[in-house]
Design a protein around this ligand. Structure first.
Ligand code: PDD
Length: 286
């Protein structure tokens, strides 16, 4: 049984409780982060903490604690749950003022809710899907306009995954105004003539922590990187494609809307980036 964290307490998972009036539950009024644990250490903690502070600021929410304390809670959960490889999920909501109201409660009187739990994933780094690659479909991106804020409004991304599943695929790429924004829970890339192409940062996509690291490592390895949007047609004609996220690292994409990319197996750039990412991020893990 897991030990989880709720508002200052470490508890067995079945004893952890939050109010039915919590705004995360009633209004999706909350933000989250997912941080990877490899060999018992946290990958890119500073990146996740920085993005959490930014998400909170954009929503006029105050941090539930300082970031050193947050690091301590991550580490304590890793220790208590004996996590070697896996994920830490963190959610901060605007809390509960004991009723339902669209107006934000007074932040002095209503403290944010902080919930954290671990997910053990022994095969995270040796995920067999990375050897085969994943198949994606494209769907309309009908999410709200502030996808740079990592909110817990994940209904449409969940529906996208279900649409992909129903089509016999693994995931969906979201398309707006003819251009791919990102995957349901990852950033999207194509590779053409050795050049890595991924959408530029804006409010249209989540600013992936893995994206930032992968682009940095790619540039350091003298690979060409171009930050611009691309269409599904361009993606279908690419040599290869991949997605990145904290939980999948660099995951090759081998088929888009039924069209195989290249020879239909993971491409060399995605494979190399996955290796580099795992190696480099372990070096700086804390
Ligand atoms: N998802 N884009 C979206 C819409 C995401 O939900 C995520 C992360 C990413 C990649 O961000 P990062 O590299 O910081 O993980 C991009 C997490 C893993 C999730 O919801 O489980």
């Amino acid at each position: 049984m897991r030990t989880v964290y709720v508002n200052g307490e470490y508890l067995p998972e079945h004893e952890a409780k939050i109010s039915i009036f919590d705004r995360g539950f009633l209004m999706s009024d909350g933000v989250y982060e997912v941080t990877t644990v490899l060999d018992g250490k946290l990958i890119s903690f500073d990146g996740h903490a920085g993005r959490l502070l930014r998400s909170l600021r954009e929503l006029d929410m105050s941090p539930p604690c300082d970031m050193d304390e947050l690091l301590g809670i991550h580490r304590e959960l890793v220790r208590l749950n004996e996590i070697e490889n896996g994920l830490i999920y963190l959610q901060v909501t605007r809390g509960s003022d004991g009723d339902r109201d669209f107006v934000f409660p007074d932040p002095e009187a209503t403290k944010p809710t902080l919930v954290m739990f671990t997910q053990s994933k022994p095969n995270l780094a040796n995920n067999p899907a990375a050897g085969k690659g994943i198949k994606v479909i494209s769907i309309d991106d009908i999410r709200w306009g502030r996808r740079d804020i990592k909110t817990v409004q994940l209904l449409y991304p969940s529906m996208g995954k279900m649409m992909a599943k129903a089509a016999g695929c693994d995931d969906a790429w979201l398309v707006e105004d003819g251009k791919v924004t990102e995957g349901t829970s990852n950033n999207a890339y194509i590779v053409k003539n050795g050049r890595i192409i991924t959408r530029e940062l804006s409010n249209d996509i989540l600013h992936g922590i893995t994206r930032a690291a992968v682009l940095r490592y790619a540039r350091e390895a003298q690979m060409e990187v171009e930050e611009r949007s691309f269409s599904i047609d361009e993606a279908k004609q690419a040599d290869e494609a991949f997605v990145t996220s904290a939980s999948t690292f660099v995951m090759p994409v081998v088929e888009i809307d039924g069209t195989p990319l290249g020879d239909g197996t993971p491409g060399p750039v995605a494979k190399r980036l996955r290796e580099i990412y795992l190696e480099e991020s372990l070096k700086t893990a804390i």
